[in-house]
Design a protein around this ligand. Structure first.
Ligand SMILES: Cc1ncc(COP(=O)(O)O)c(C=O)c1O
Length: 380
């Protein structure tokens, strides 16, 4: 089936008992059993839930994987991936300007269990190759990166990891969604999302999901989901399922607004630099064109100083100042003090996450309204 058809129907067949076309929210902790060892495939809510299962089937179809497991947040999904792949003595490689929470998880928690991380510019394949060790078990790539919009060539990294025993390539696909980028088709082993963002889209739930290419990984991940227990709740799964139905049309709208606003920002005198893969002067515009079917709605721009950034962030009215991204409403944020505050200032400076950076998650409002809000905020 085509992507638009799968977004509406995969995993979401009418309910077998009532015919309800919307998958019901199975708000139950346990299930009546017919007799000892006899059940209908459901025993306990942490282990199985039909609403969560519907979402997992939907995402398996959209990411073209072997299986998916849904978690309580994007971070819980990432934690499960580390539990799947890493143990004491292992080494892992991670994209250097990754989401701050990912860095915090790896650096302050997983690192304490005897796993060593190298943070490298994965957009440079030579750097990835150099960082590989015999003990490397995971290469974790975020592409595009948050907030500098650097692109990693997934196929090229997959070529490296494929030749290493037991090393998996994991892609955080949160910024793109499976509509714009399909990492498993490009050779990645595992793809994950914070469903909090483009998949749920209405800015009203927190969740995460992992889809894997390999059946055994799918089985092991389900074991971890049940054993560690950081499951997605049925209501959140229902919200994400509802969001996914309109994913293709929304991503087209984010994409269109993103391209128009990125071009507009390049025309502003106060803006020193615009980071958007859809602009022809983005250093990896060609790769982005090849690897994705659109450039999405995430734009970062630099206005030179904290004062200039503060002025704009305090003057916007339609754009909502807040953390998060991927909502129907345009969200504006300041990476250095918000999403990336957990990265030490020296490291932020080295990565290029300056105090003048502003990140825009372009929603699906009328483009002219967002543009005139920004125009008022620039005040020039
Ligand atoms: C790229 C990316 N990955 C993962 C996460 C973590 O997701 P959550 O907030 O749902 O735990 C975020 C959150 O902002 C993110 O931007």
């Amino acid at each position: 089936m085509g992507f638009r058809t799968d977004a509406i129907h995969a995993g979401q067949a009418p309910d077998p008992t009532t015919g309800a076309v919307s998958v019901p929210i199975y708000q139950t902790s346990t299930y009546a059993q017919d007799g000892l060892g006899q059940n209908k495939g459901y025993e306990y809510g942490r282990t199985q839930n039909p609403t969560r299962l519907a979402l997992e089937k939907s995402m398996t179809a959209l990411e073209r994987g072997a299986g998916s497991s849904a978690f309580a947040s994007g971070m819980a999904a990432e934690t499960a991936v580390t539990q799947l792949l890493l143990k004491a003595g292992d080494h892992a490689i991670c994209t250097q300007n990754v989401y701050g929470g990912t860095f915090r998880l790896f650096d302050a928690i997983v690192g304490r269990y005897g796993v060593e991380f190298s943070y490298v510019d994965t957009s440079n394949i030579g750097h990835v190759r150099q960082a590989m060790r015999p003990t490397t078990r995971m290469v974790f790539v975020e592409t595009p990166t948050n907030p500098l919009m650097q692109i990693t060539d997934i196929e090229a990294v997959a070529e490296i990891t494929r030749n290493e025993a037991d090393c998996r390539l994991v892609v955080d696909n949160t910024f793109m969604s499976p509509y714009l980028q399909k990492p498993l088709a490009l050779g990645a082993d595992i793809v994950l999302h914070s469903t909090t963002k483009f998949l749920n889209v209405h800015s009203d739930s927190i969740g995460g999901i992992v889809t894997v290419a390999d059946e055994e990984d799918a089985e092991r991940l389900r074991f971890i989901q049940n054993a560690a227990g950081a499951i997605m709740a049925p209501f959140e799964a229902w919200l994400v399922l509802r969001g996914i139905k309109t994913l293709p049309v929304r991503m087209e709208a984010h994409n269109l607004n993103g391209r128009t606003l990125a071009r507009y920002l390049t025309s502003k005198k106060t803006v020193r630099r615009v980071y958007y893969p859809g602009l022809p002067d983005h250093p990896q515009h060609g790769l982005a064109k090849r690897q994705t079917s659109g450039f999405g709605g995430m734009i970062t721009f630099d206005v030179g100083s904290l004062e200039a950034a503060r002025r704009i962030l305090e003057r916007v009215e339609l754009c909502t100042l807040g953390e998060s991204l991927g909502g129907v409403e345009t969200l504006i944020s300041h990476p250095a003090t918000m999403t990336h505050a957990s990265i030490p200032p020296k490291e932020r400076e080295r990565l290029g996450i300056t105090d003048g950076l502003i990140r825009l998650s372009v929603g699906i409002e009328d483009t002219e309204d967002v543009m005139s809000d920004l125009e008022n905020a620039f005040g020039d």
